[in-house]
Design a protein around this ligand. Structure first.
Ligand SMILES: [Zn+2]
Length: 62
C-alpha cells in the first residue's frame, strides 16, 4: 500500500489584502515555495499549470 503524502504543507502565498498567509493545506513545493493550486507561479501569472489540462469553467480568480 502506498501512503498518501502528508497534508502538512500549507500554501505560503502572502495574501496582502487579508494580511495573512493563504494557509491552504496540501500545498506542493514550487520554486517560490509551497503553493496551493490557486497560487502556483503559473496561476499567479495567469497561465495554466504545466502538465495539467486547463480548467473547464472555473471562475477567474482575482
Ligand atoms: Zn494559496
Amino acid at each position: 500500500m502506498i501512503r498518501r503524502p502528508a497534508i502538512a504543507y500549507r500554501c505560503r502565498h502572502w495574501d496582502g489584502s487579508g494580511r495573512r498567509y493563504c494557509g491552504t493545506p496540501g500545498a506542493r513545493r514550487y520554486l517560490t515555495g509551497y503553493r496551493c493550486p490557486l497560487h502556483t507561479p503559473a496561476a499567479l501569472a495567469g497561465r495554466p499549470e504545466p502538465g495539467t489540462p486547463p480548467p473547464g469553467n472555473g471562475p477567474n480568480y482575482p
